[in-house]
Design a protein around this ligand. Structure first.
Ligand code: C5P
Length: 346
């Protein structure tokens, strides 16, 4: 085989509840993920070493060992014991540092592509474990569709969803650093800064993109490398819960019902760092969206529409409002990382 092409989706958090920071620096989450039709494509070709080139968005992201895709390939290489290398060609559609887990999708796509290329034969479960080592959102990019995430967001349970949902995404030119948004969340709630995060550059750089935030994290002990990472008693009593309505809303296939359950505990923190997001949410409302929410740690805002024509109309009005660098329309749920083709299979 000369190359493997894998595609993995970005995500929206339909609901995101966040608890106080655990001793390991992570926040306990309860979230409902929906994978949407904005994709990261990875083509993995045989090579002696692990190398990466980036096309599309994120052309200025690093392509060395600080990049999560390179880290994913190296982790799989170590785990499987293969001596093979890979050249990764990554084409990005998901906004960089947009709260849509683009970097996580890169890692998930890379794990699956290298598994196929090298014939390591790891099952989905083992790939899922490697995914969780790479980042809290990576397991969901492997599984896709709709899922409830707990723990750091990496413990997944599939959720039934009926129908197709139409979203309008307002993408900002400048991303938000996920650790910075979590820190702003802690400030707003009066939570003491978590010991590990306060100590290390894992806390990220303000205004850094998702890739750069991960870079910062790569430079220093990661929260999950702390001695008490994953301690079973870490703030267990503070684990948040999703509101009951959201799971039945997804079964209703009715976007109007779903719109009432959209909620993000990080939204206030994202707004504190980026007050202009208030204008984006207001523009979505004026454009007739059923509801709108900041996705994950932001700054991408996801506005829900009734159907495809309504999404096109909301998108048109939002473009006119000039509140975002780009306005895109997507649908969800869509599948997780999957092999699109084996190029040159013998
Ligand atoms: O796991 P990942 O590397 O994607 O997380 C990026 C950063 O986001 C973490 O270093 C941490 O600062 C923050 N985070 C958190 N709680 C979570 C997930 C992420 O505090 N559940």
């Amino acid at each position: 085989m000369s190359a493997v092409h894998v595609r993995a989706p970005g995500k929206i958090n339909l609901a995101l509840r966040v608890g106080p920071p655990r001793p390991d620096g992570y926040h306990p989450l309860a979230t409902l993920f929906q994978a949407v039709s904005l994709y990261e494509d990875v083509v993995a070709s045989p090579a002696d070493d692990v190398t990466l080139e980036i096309r599309g968005r994120g052309a200025d992201l690093p392509t060395d060992g600080r990049n999560l895709a390179v880290r994913a390939a190296k982790l799989l290489r170590e785990t499987s014991g293969t001596e093979a290398g890979v050249h990764l060609t990554l084409t990005k559609q998901v906004p960089v540092a947009g709260g849509m887990a683009g970097g996580s999708a890169d890692a998930a796509a890379t794990l699956l592509a290298c598994d196929q290329l090298w014939g390591t034969g790891l099952g989905r479960e083992e790939l899922g474990e490697l995914a969780a080592e790479l980042g809290a959102d990576v397991p969901f990019a492997l599984t896709g569709l709709s899922a409830m995430g707990t723990g750091r967001g990496d413990l997944l349970a599939p959720v039934m969803s009926r129908g197709q949902y139409h979203w309008v995404l307002a993408v900002q030119a400048e991303g938000l650093s996920t650790p910075a948004v979590f820190r702003a969340f802690d400030d707003l709630h009066g939570y003491a800064p978590a010991r590990v995060q306060a100590a290390g550059p894992a806390a990220g750089r303000d205004g850094a993109d998702d890739g750069a935030a991960r870079l910062a994290a790569a430079d220093a002990p990661h929260p999950r490398d702390a001695p008490d990472a994953h301690a079973p008693d870490a703030a267990e009593g503070d684990a948040p819960r999703l509101d009951d309505g959201i799971v039945s809303a997804l079964l209703s296939a009715d976007p109007l019902v779903l719109s009432r359950s959209l909620r993000n505990d990080l939204q206030e923190a994202a707004l504190a760092l980026r007050p202009e997001l208030g204008d984006v949410l207001a523009a979505a409302d004026r454009a007739g969206a059923l509801g709108a929410v900041v996705s994950g740690s932001g700054p991408t805002v996801a506005a829900l529409a009734l159907d495809a024509p309504h999404a096109a109309s909301v998108a048109g009005v939002m473009r006119g409002a000039d509140v975002a660098a780009e306005i895109l329309t997507v649908t969800g749920p869509v599948p997780g990382a999957r092999v699109l083709e084996h190029v040159g299979r013998r």
